[in-house]
Design a protein. Structure first.
Length: 437
């Protein structure tokens, strides 16, 4: 990126690498000491391993520290991993997960400032400034998406429209009437907004909106093309998770070649999910994150279950922050059909290479005659709906060929009418598992 265009981008994105590593080490030592002194479970795990905070002398020594997992948050529900008294905690968020109690996270006032800072850096990197009007259509509430994005928009001095999710017609009206130039929401919800706008006779490409900050769920390059072309915008992938802070752990820059991790705040490692061994940069595995400056609930070596790799080559944008590849899957999203491992994101990637299909689909897993199988329901778009049977059959064949060649399994495909698959407002649900267990 030309330096003249980065005046609004936080200087922390461009620190010299040597200084950055020193800063990371100092912050790591500090947070490890803080967690050791205030989180009984962390201290117990350190003692089990015979490790003390002063053993962390270099960044590599992070490998001495124990891992933490979602189950640790569940087991210590609600506040067991907090490292400050409640009087210092100014906000709580929670994430529901699939079963039982939610996991709860807390923030001090300083933690919120760090969160607003990283979100501000994310939005600035996408070219948003105080002259922009940004609609936040992630859910507000216990979910971190809404308030996290909100604070970031305010941090850069842009105008925030706190729309939250739902009432899609009104969202479209606000986008148009307020002259909104940027939006933060899930990619699946933005697809829905484009559809609703079209149905109301509004062509989003003619509106001022030019930037979308999309995350909270995996999305493919094919989805990117549909969102960018459908609304005439530039789409940025943003990653984060409640346990670490919320949105704003990593984000794409204008080069769109991976997501820069805000490494001065979050330390990334990639491990082999089966052995826990740290993998060299460049290899795919499970992302492990350590919060370097979050005090209400420090997270040390948190196993995210998200699969990616660290990209070490310097980015053309000039940021010194290392990048991760877009998160294409979570290790616990994977399903095994007749011995073959399949990720929903593989199916989306293959499906959206086919022209004439909408990006609305549902994967249904069933058991027939004792065998597990995959049914894929795909909505056809209005244009294909009126096609001749012969054309629909050809489309069907193209989809089957594209998907089967990627996953290496036979699938059952059902083309369904436009708008017959339920739209989600938050994270899209893409898989229904009806298998006999
Ligand atoms: O989804 C935080 C967030 C809000 C991120 C808004 C980005 C935008 P959780 O509900 O705790 O927090 O879910 C975190 O969502 O471990 C990933 O599996 C997935 N995820 C988040 N962002 C992405 C992304 C928020 N850009 C979990 N690509 C994470 C793929 C993502 N998966």
């Amino acid at each position: 990126m030309d330096l003249a265009t980065i005046d609004n981008v936080c200087a922390s994105d461009f620190l010299g690498v040597e200084y950055l590593r020193e800063l990371q080490l100092a912050r790591l030592q500090n947070i490890v000491r803080h967690a050791y002194e205030h989180v009984p479970l962390f201290r117990a795990r350190m003692e089990e391993r015979g490790v003390r905070p002063e053993h962390v002398k270099t960044l590599r020594d992070i490998a001495l520290l124990p891992f933490f997992k979602k189950v640790d948050l569940r087991d210590t529900y609600p506040f067991g991993l907090f490292a400050v008294p409640m009087s210092e905690v100014v906000r709580l968020h929670a994430s529901s997960g699939t079963t039982g109690k939610p996991i709860v996270v807390g923030y001090t006032r300083e933690d919120l400032a760090v969160w607003a800072e990283v979100m501000g850096r994310a939005l600035s990197g996408a070219g948003l400034t105080k002259n922009d009007i940004v609609q936040v259509a992630y859910g507000y509430g216990l979910f971190t998406g809404g308030l996290g994005a909100h604070d970031g928009v305010e941090a850069i001095g842009a105008t925030v429209v706190p729309a939250s999710v739902g009432n899609t017609q009104r969202q479209v009206m606000l986008l148009r009437d307020f002259g909104v130039t940027g939006i933060c929401c899930t990619p699946s919800y933005f697809l829905h907004l484009i559809e609703q706008a079209n149905a109301a006779g509004i062509d989003m490409r003619e509106l001022p909106i030019r930037v979308g900050i999309f995350g909270a769920e995996p999305w493919s390059q094919g989805m990117r093309a549909r969102l960018e072309q459908g609304a005439g915008i530039e789409a940025f992938d943003i990653y984060g998770l409640s346990e670490i802070i919320g949105p704003g752990v990593a984000v794409e820059c204008v080069k769109h070649e991976g997501l820069h991790v805000f490494e001065d705040r979050f330390y990334p490692e990639i491990i082999d999910p089966d052995t826990g061994e740290v993998l060299p940069d460049g290899e795919f595995g499970e992302l492990v994150l350590t919060t370097l400056s979050k005090f209400a609930m420090p997270m040390i070596r948190y196993r995210t279950r998200d699969l990616t790799r660290i990209i070490t080559e310097p980015c053309k944008c000039g940021r010194t922050l290392r990048r991760i590849d877009r998160i294409s899957a979570r290790s616990d999203d994977m399903f095994i059909i007749r011995g073959v491992n399949v990720f929903p994101s593989q199916i989306e990637s293959a499906l959206l290479t086919v022209e004439g299909v909408s990006a609305n689909y549902m994967i249904i897993l069933t058991t027939e005659n004792g065998m597990d199988s995959i049914e894929l329901d795909v909505e056809i778009n209005e244009a294909s709906f009126s096609d001749q049977v012969r054309e629909l059959e050809a489309l069907q064949k193209r989809i089957i060929a594209a998907v089967e060649s990627v996953i290496g399994l036979r699938i059952k495909l059902k083309l369904v009418a436009p708008r017959s698959i339920a739209r989600s407002e938050g994270k899209a649900k893409r898989v229904i598992d009806n298998r006999v267990k």
